[in-house]
Design a protein around this ligand. Structure first.
Ligand SMILES: Cc1cc2nc3c(=O)[nH]c(=O)nc-3n(C[C@H](O)[C@H](O)[C@H](O)COP(=O)(O)OP(=O)(O)OC[C@H]3O[C@@H](n4cnc5c(N)ncnc54)[C@H](O)[C@@H]3O)c2cc1C
Length: 227
């Protein structure tokens, strides 16, 4: 449910950072279908604190941009730039909609007495990807379990155990991208780095320090950018 109303009502807004996004649709025809229908395009480093995307849908494509809340006044310009870069007239976009992306700082409260916040209301959108569906389901399950066990005070600890490891990596990657998207691209494309990043995402690698060999120098650069 709407994060602003619920977090505000429970006085749990502190620690939630607000991102913004703007998206719209174009029918196939406005965009070269054969080039885009099997590909999810993500443009990093073009919107501060976020990215642009072109996603194929059933009978249309969805174009969007998202970033730090401060980018709000420039989102329409970013969306127009993205559209033109992909050969789409920005005026051809329909159903243009704005969104807020609530992102929780690590350690921010998600409970006030017997009130437990889940999903977007708790600000669980991933700061790097903008995804929040996994986090919404996970938090809802943990909240339901805590309520059924009459142990609502256990919720925040279990939420942190389930999500903070990944969220910490996402905040770090977001800081690094904000400081130098170019250096991140270089590091991410260096030999040996991608398997480490994939391992981190899958939970098989717990920290980039576990990397050995050629992947170490670029990962050290990423760690410095993220600090
Ligand atoms: C453009 C965009 C693209 C995204 N793409 C992805 C993606 O690809 N993958 C991903 O994982 N996440 C994505 N997300 C994030 C994801 O959509 C959310 O994090 C997720 O939906 C949060 O789930 P939720 O149940 O907390 O909130 P919501 O999905 O917002 O559900 C809240 C529901 O509560 C209803 N509601 C609100 N107020 C009331 C009321 N007073 N009474 C009754 N009902 C009410 C709303 O109508 C809504 O149905 C995207 C977000 C945006 C904005």
């Amino acid at each position: 449910m709407s994060y602003s109303m619920n977090a505000h009502a429970a006085r749990l807004e502190d620690g939630i950072v607000r991102g913004v996004a703007l998206e719209g649709n174009v029918p196939w025809g406005a965009l070269e279908r054969s080039r885009y229908e099997q590909t999810a395009v993500i443009e990093l480093g073009v919107v501060p604190g976020g990215y642009g995307w072109v996603f194929p849908k059933h009978d249309h494509a969805n174009l969007g941009v998202g970033g730090w809340g401060a980018e709000g006044p420039r989102l329409r310009m970013h969306l127009g730039r993205l559209a033109r870069a992909h050969g789409v007239d920005p005026d051809a976009l329909t159903d243009v909609k704005g969104h807020r992306l609530p992102m929780r700082r690590l350690g921010a409260a998600a409970r006030s007495g017997r009130v437990l916040l889940v999903g977007d209301a708790a600000g669980l959108v991933d700061p790097l990807s903008g995804d929040g569906i996994y986090e919404a389901f996970t938090s809802a399950k943990l909240a339901a379990e805590a309520i059924l066990a009459d142990a609502t005070e256990s919720y925040e600890g279990r939420l942190a155990a389930a999500l903070d490891h990944h969220a910490a990596a996402s905040w770090a990657a977001k800081r690094a991208m904000d400081r130098s998207a170019g250096a991140c691209f270089w590091a991410a494309r260096s030999p040996g780095v991608f398997p480490v990043v994939a391992g981190l995402l899958c939970g098989d690698v717990s920290h980039p320090n576990e990397a050995r060999g050629v992947a170490r120098p670029p990962l050290r650069l990423l760690a410095r950018l993220a600090s």
